[in-house]
Design a protein around this ligand. Structure first.
Ligand code: AMP
Ligand code: MG
Length: 356
């Protein structure tokens, strides 16, 4: 089947209330018509996702108003989203702030928390009065949303709590027959999830680190913003379930080492004790290990962009090789390093295995 026919088919499935997995620039999503509660329920069942974990709603430019010329504020999307019952009302101040973000980051890996519109079922927002909206920057995702004619609710297309999928094969590995249609767009380019930002308050709060960095957002807004770590996470509806402690987890025990020397030492200890150990390494780290060829390892590349793009594939590859432990050196929390370290730390939290 040609890709165009595949997208047409998939759009029909979305309109019929069925599930479609599709690529975005961040990770693969498991999508359903965001306006159809029955369809959305299937996402939670397929993933084994708890109902208190809200979904991101994906939109495309085609059925919103003209994208504007980059100068107009408020951004014309607000009126279009409001008219379609996808979002609720925003104050002028909120629109001004959010417009800056939309002009700078959409389409792209920035998810904005907005007031819920009356057409969005409560299931999508986990009962909350806000809805998370994103316009992905991927030709297949955008074509699918445009052809469907409806907003698409989509979390990552993996079993709940597991490593997110960055290839169509990862989706098959995790969900198998639970998803009928998978649009294959090859490996995703960014590799970690979108940044989730609540820019409704005067001082916006970053709820999940991701593809757009805190530094970039601060530059766009010309103000400092708050990190969710500083906020109260004890509410019944999670402020952002990407904040769940155990998440993004491989099957192996993941250990984050403070530096390269510590990694090499730990690797020696574990192998001597007869454990199967996989190393997640940068190119230069791999080059610095003399007998690297005989070690189970996965090279992530060198830059933060490389590491983000290859991280989930690396975790999955070492899991497939039945490693009991995966070791990686910690990164600085600057730029994309914040998103990567966030995933690593959640992936490393074990409630079912003893960390050796
Ligand atoms: P996933 O697509 O599986 O990575 O998960 C979607 C993410 O979007 C979750 O981690 C939530 O944190 C976030 N999210 C969705 N809706 C909301 C909302 N209304 N308020 C805050 N965060 C949200
Ligand atoms: Mg997810």
């Amino acid at each position: 089947m040609t890709l165009i026919k595949g997208i047409k088919n998939a759009a029909e499935a979305i309109r019929e209330g069925r599930l479609v997995a599709f690529p975005t620039e961040t990770v693969y999503g498991l999508g359903a018509n965001a306006l159809d509660a029955q369809a959305v329920r299937k996402i939670f069942v397929a993933k084994g996702r708890p109902l208190n974990d809200p979904l991101i709603v994906h939109v495309c430019p085609e059925w919103l108003a003209d994208a504007g010329n980059g100068a107009a504020t408020p951004h014309p999307y607000f009126e279009a989203l409001f008219q379609q019952g996808i979002i609720g009302e925003l104050t002028e101040t909120q629109q001004a702030r959010l417009s800056l973000l939309i002009y700078a980051c959409w389409p792209g890996p920035l998810t904005l928390v907005l007031p819920r519109g009356e057409q969005i079922p409560m299931l999508v927002t986990a009962g909350g009065n806000t809805v998370a909206i994103r316009m992905p920057q991927h030709p297949i995702a955008l074509a699918l949303i445009a052809a469907s004619g409806v907003p698409i609710a989509a979390p990552s297309a993996n079993r709940f709590g597991h490593v997110s999928p960055t290839t169509a094969q990862h989706v098959r590995d995790d969900l198998a027959e639970r998803v009928e249609i998978i649009l294959d767009g090859g490996a995703t380019s960014i590799g970690v999830e979108s940044t989730v930002l609540n820019a409704l308050p005067d001082v916006p709060i970053i709820l999940r680190h991701g593809g757009v960095t805190k530094e970039q957002i601060e530059q766009i807004l010309g103000q400092t913003i708050i990190d969710s770590k500083a906020t109260d996470l004890t509410r019944a509806v999670l402020p952002s379930p990407g904040l769940l402690e155990r998440h993004y987890a491989p099957d192996a025990v993941l250990q984050i080492m403070p530096d390269f020397a510590a990694l090499v030492q730990r690797w020696g200890e574990l192998t001597t004790a007869g454990q199967q150990v996989g190393l997640l390494l940068t190119r230069s780290q791999a080059n610095a290990i003399p007998n690297i060829a005989s070690a189970q390892h996965y090279v992530l590349g060198e830059t933060l962009e490389d590491i983000a793009r290859n991280l989930y594939a690396g975790l999955r590859a070492l899991d497939s090789a039945n490693m009991q432990f995966i070791l990686m050196v910690a990164l600085d929390r600057n730029g994309l390093g914040a998103a990567i370290m966030d995933r690593l730390q959640r992936g490393a939290v074990r409630d079912d295995k003893v960390t050796g």
